[in-house]
Design a protein around this ligand. Structure first.
Ligand code: ADP
Ligand code: MG
Length: 664
């Protein structure tokens, strides 16, 4: 065939592919490459079976269209054009009752002669019979299906000599046509097969039944406007059964009885591979393989519809029955004998090794790791990617024919991970929100406190001043002195509370400067007078002790925390302060721990709320920790508490942990 494009019998339509991987799954030789989310047919690997064309729901694969080439032969040629009509045509044109109408329509397109390819099948059958009768142990693979022949030539080159050295019925019929009409003819095969378009250069063009229908339509040829016509002789016999699997067998009249027979018949896109592999491994000897890639030619990709297998089957069977009734058996015998003599139906096949080297184990293993196949049990071999095994998929990835995204379990796992991450982020967001609300509350509290404190400060000053004057003026021993002293004491207490409130309210602004934090804490502890029964220890461990803080406010933080610690240890204990960098240079972590009473779980979320105190009236104000919180926040730091108040669960005590960034 003079067309260079014929080694591309199937091509891909860019952009139509929706990556369902059905074509990968259905391609017996994995001649499909998935790249950038698009499937592409690799013509150098393709065996032309056309499965991908049949199964693609998006019509993203198209078979080579040769209608135009055929029409130009018919229009311009000074040579005769001979149609070689495949025997499966009754399964295609089921709506046309009389087969002669179909033949008439083909003739009307402009074909000079119309030959039955089934006569070629009759001739070929004789050769097969000969071959099978004298064959030895080794067994042949039938060579009538071009996809099977390509498969053996490309992928099992060592098995090429096992292909029956017999021409296909199409080629045999083309040779017959040349014999009858002379070398000066064009031959055009019409059938259900895509692979046939590139099978042999002894046939000029090949079109499918679908293309034939389109030509009828374009040329307004209908059964109604067409005179019935018959095939040109010689007429065929049993060869008409050929398109059914077992067809060749029936034709050869070899018993296919499982006990007596020595022929294994199978059809379908995956079965033939298994059969050939087993034969190559020497597991089946003394048997011949009669294999078809499609489920019989009647299910070929060039049929307009690939449904109703049994109906199609019955159409062929009926046609052959009718044909055999009308057949002039004497004439047929004569023809088969005559042309069997005259026409050489032998065929040579050549290995064309297109196998690809299996990539190195390491590379495959690396890819397997990447797609989460870490151990044997991760190899689910689910087939969702189109490859039967995870290993095959990994090999294809290494070879550049597949992508990692094709692995469904891998994607699902990735999705789960994303969801988990999202959940974590959500959780963080929730916490931040809570913190935000908390600081908002504190800010409000601050404003209110500031207001109250201002209002109270003046009258409180007056009360303090006059109660002191009153106390001074009362002579010693006066019984009213006790009352006046109480007023002075309580007024003093009020002043303290108001002072605390003002401090709390003032936390809105800080004035930072560079401070040696270790030194700063030591100083703080020195000026803080701890009771004798409390042991105070400090340990510092910073490479660089200088950080930016507001010393006045930070001192209040530490004094408050020291005070709380001491108040939690009325019977004495240990107050420990540690300062370190917590493994990084950006933060300073200060831990203030005591061995005191601990904080019960139910108090922990109230600690930083203003006025929360567990101490006796007159002792606690509940303003210490809110102040600590406010000041630390102003320094962009964090404060948290770890505490245990349950003696059963181990030693009690509390630790406040402050994290301060070096630069606030
Ligand atoms: P106050 O000390 O005036 O009660 P704070 O705000 O300083 O107010 O503390 C609030 C409460 O937190 C305390 O009353 C106490 O119950 C609890 N608390 C604070 N620090 C400690 C600690 N080191 N050990 C046990 N409880 C503590
Ligand atoms: Mg306190």
């Amino acid at each position: 065939m003079g067309h260079s494009n014929k080694n591309k019998v199937v091509t891909t339509v860019k952009g139509k592919c929706r990556v369902c991987y059905t074509c990968v799954r259905e391609c017996p030789v994995k001649a499909i490459k998935i790249i950038d989310g698009q499937a592409e047919v690799l013509s150098e690997r393709c065996i032309g079976c056309g499965n991908c064309v049949s199964v693609c729901s998006q019509n993203a694969k198209v078979a080579l269209d040769l209608k135009e080439e055929v029409m130009s032969l018919l229009r311009n040629s000074e040579k005769k054009v001979v149609a070689l009509l495949a025997p499966s045509f009754p399964a295609e044109f089921t709506e046309i009752g009389d087969y002669r109408k179909v033949v008439g329509m083909v003739r009307k397109l402009g074909f000079d002669k119309i030959q039955e390819v089934s006569f070629g099948a009759d001739l070929v059958a004789g050769k097969y019979k000969e071959l099978l009768e004298k064959s030895d142990e080794k067994g042949y693979i039938s060579s009538d299906c071009p996809a099977i022949v390509y498969y053996v030539e490309h992928y099992h080159p060592a098995m090429v000599d096992r292909l029956a050295p017999v021409a296909s019925p199409m080629v045999a019929t083309a040779r017959l046509a040349r014999h009858i009409y002379g070398d000066d003819v064009y031959t055009v095969f019409i059938g259900p097969c895509i692979a046939k378009k590139a099978e042999s250069n002894e046939v000029d063009e090949g079109i499918t039944f679908s293309e034939l229908r389109e030509l009828f339509e374009e040329n307004s040829i209908t059964p109604e406007n067409t005179e019935p016509s018959d095939f040109d002789p010689p007429r065929s016999g049993m060869g008409a059964l050929f398109p059914l699997s077992r067809g060749l067998l029936q034709n050869v009249k070899k018993s296919d009885n499982v006990v007596e027979g020595n022929i294994i018949v199978d059809a379908g896109k995956h079965n033939f591979i298994e059969a050939i592999k087993e034969m190559e491994r020497g597991e089946i000897t003394g048997y011949h393989l009669e294999l078809l890639c499609c489920n019989g030619c009647i299910m070929g990709p060039g049929m307009t519809s690939r449904e109703n297998f049994y109906f199609k089957w019955s159409q062929i069977s009926k046609y052959v029955k009718m044909k055999l009734q009308d057949l002039d058996i004497e004439q047929w015998r004569k023809d088969v004998e005559k042309y069997g003599w005259l026409i050489d139906v032998s065929q040579k096949f050549n290995p064309m090794d297109r196998r690809e080297a299996v990539p190195e184990d390491e590379k495959v293993e690396k890819v397997l790791q990447e797609i989460g196949k870490l151990s044997e049990s991760d190899h689910l071999n689910c087939g969702a990617c189109g490859y039967e095994k995870c290993y095959d998929h990994a090999v294809a990835i290494v070879q550049g024919y597949a992508e990692e995204e094709m692995c469904l379990p891998f994607n699902i796992e990735k999705l789960h991970k994303y969801i988990e991450e999202l959940n974590q982020t959500n959780e963080k967001l929730k916490n931040t929100k809570l913190e935000l609300r908390h600081s908002e509350k504190l800010a409000n509290m601050g404003q209110i406190s500031a207001g109250i404190a201002h209002e109270l400060n003046n009258p409180l000053g007056v009360i303090t001043m006059y109660s002191n004057i009153l106390l001074d003026e009362l002579p010693k021993g006066d019984e009213k002195r006790e009352d006046a002293e109480l007023i002075v004491k309580q007024a003093e207490r009020c002043r303290k509370i108001v002072g605390g409130l003002l401090n709390f309210a003032r936390k809105n602004r800080i004035k930072v400067q560079e401070v040696d934090i270790e030194e700063f804490i030591r100083e703080g502890l020195n000026s803080f007078v701890a009771p004798d029964n409390v042991k105070v220890t400090v340990s510092t461990n910073l490479d660089d002790p200088w950080i930016m803080i507001d010393p006045d406010q930070m001192m209040q933080v530490f004094t408050n925390l020291f005070k709380n610690a001491v108040e939690a240890m009325p019977e004495g204990g240990e107050l420990k302060v540690t300062v370190d960098g917590n493994g990084n240079n950006r933060n300073v972590e200060i831990r203030i721990s005591d061995t005191g009473c601990g904080i019960p779980e139910e108090h922990k979320d109230k600690l930083f709320t203003p006025f929360f105190t567990t101490k006796d009236v007159g002792k606690g104000t509940g303003l210490g920790l809110p102040l600590v919180y406010g000041i630390i926040k102003m320094h962009s730091g964090k404060v948290r508490v770890e505490s245990n108040a349950d003696p059963e669960a181990g030693p009690t005590g509390t630790e406040f942990i402050i994290t301060l960034p070096r630069i606030a």
